[in-house]
Design a protein around this ligand. Structure first.
Ligand SMILES: *Cc1c(COP(=O)(O)O)cnc(C)c1O
Length: 412
């Protein structure tokens, strides 16, 4: 049985039915994904925000090779190692100043679970055990596990069939008055606010202002509610600053990072907290934080993450992102004139074209592949967040393909 036939019959893919057509990949190098039929596609997705330096990078390959020869894995209960310490040190250095303690986990969703549990345990420890709810805004996405699903948009968050088993939280409209009202009314039950700063990802690819985020921070202070920022998509330079919250000049009490953390090499995420949060948790019964993944701080993942962050910091990443942003503004604006297009949004190295109607993903996917690019739309959104190493020529192939593929569809 050949590869695709077996895949169709036996393997699930993200948010897909069994049997959904998929393209077999044999290798990936730089910004190119090579299909089994020999075709090479320019990657517009950076494998969902993560492959910021491109595929098969010699420095990242070397980091993994070096680590695997000394220790691929060891449990983190009662043990520690250099890769974890190096990475934690780097994360503490590059994230907002107040964040000093790092909890490593395997995926973004788990980093969010950890953040939520920390916020609730913090409130329990300070003698507010009734504060167990979260407040967020509409159109968010924070992951696919149960705690994370419960703070995704309740309508378009892709999880509404589970709503009866999810924890019930508060959802503000995306304006500060609605947010303030809910906080005023319910702060006695709210442990934390959770938000994706500035750019909401899979919940709708929406951008909101730094001013909104600043107001959220001061309202959280006023009502003594923790602020969790989920920078799993926005972290590591994607929006133009190393972390999106820097634009608002604020720090969260708890920060989640993932996706680009390892440059897309391995699954790893981290939840960072202020000393205040971790000290309160550890100095009240039960005196420990109640979480501990089997593969916590995997040494291979930690080494490649540290190598990826160093690679980023040593590169002229600000100029790179700003060049990509400018080119996206210049080239995607043409799409706004098409009758099929509702909106064009750009932030840093992220370009979003929102269509009037939802897309038939399989058909549009094939149209993009025919043009030699890898772009995976969802709902009515075509979006790209390419590897930072993309050249202007490669980027214009992506934006040109978007324009042509939309143009070829029936107008709304
Ligand atoms: C992708 C994503 C997650 C979930 O991360 P996984 O690694 O897929 O579990 C959480 N929050 C945001 C903002 C994301 O973009």
């Amino acid at each position: 049985m050949n590869l695709t036939t077996f895949d169709k019959q036996h393997i699930w893919h993200p948010y897909a039915a069994m049997g959904t057509p998929v393209y077999p990949v044999v290798s990936a190098n730089g910004v190119y994904i090579k299909l089994a039929n020999g075709q090479e596609l320019i990657d517009g997705m950076a494998s969902w925000w993560s492959v910021i330096h491109g595929y098969n990078h010699p420095i990242l390959n070397a980091a993994i090779h070096k680590q695997v020869d000394s220790m691929a894995h060891v449990m983190f209960g009662g043990l520690t190692h250099q890769p974890a310490v190096d990475l934690a040190r780097l994360l503490i250095e590059i994230t907002p100043n107040n964040l000093e303690n790092v909890f490593f986990s395997d995926s973004g969703s788990v980093a969010v679970e950890v953040a939520i549990k920390m916020a609730i345990q913090y409130c329990y420890a300070v003698g507010n055990p009734k504060k167990q709810k979260l407040l967020t805004i509409r159109n968010g996405y924070h992951g696919d596990t149960f705690g994370a699903m419960a703070v995704c948009d309740p309508v378009n968050g892709m999880h509404n069939i589970f709503s009866h088993v999810l924890a019930q939280h508060y959802f503000a409209e995306n304006n500060i008055n609605s947010f303030q009202k809910l906080l005023e009314q319910h702060h006695n039950e709210i442990a934390a606010v959770i938000l994706e700063p500035l750019l909401q990802g899979a919940g709708g690819m929406r951008i909101y202002s730094a001013e909104f985020l600043r107001s959220v921070r001061s309202l959280c202070d006023e009502y003594k509610v923790l602020l969790i920022l989920d920078e799993i998509a926005t972290g590591f330079g994607r929006t133009g600053t190393l972390f999106a919250c820097e634009r608002a000049d604020i720090s969260p009490d708890i920060l989640c990072v993932g996706k680009a953390l390892t440059g897309g090499y391995m699954s790893l995420a981290a939840t960072l907290t202020s000393k205040q949060v971790s000290e309160v948790i550890c100095s009240h019964p039960p005196g420990v934080f109640m979480h501990g993944p089997t593969f916590m701080a995997n040494p291979l993942a930690c080494s490649v993450a540290a190598a990826s962050i160093n690679l980023l910091l040593e590169s002229p990443w600000q100029q790179t992102i700003s060049n990509i942003e400018q080119q996206l503004i210049d080239s995607l604006s043409a799409c706004a004139a098409l009758p099929q297009v509702a909106d064009v949004r750009i932030l840093g190295a992220v370009g979003i074209v929102e269509l009037q109607d939802s897309i038939d993903v399989a058909t549009m996917q094939q149209a993009f592949v025919d043009k030699g690019v890898w772009i995976r739309p969802f709902r009515n959104l075509i979006y790209i967040m390419p590897p930072y190493i993309i050249t202007p020529q490669q980027l214009s192939q992506l934006t040109q393909a978007i324009f042509e593929v939309i143009k070829a569809t029936e107008p709304a």
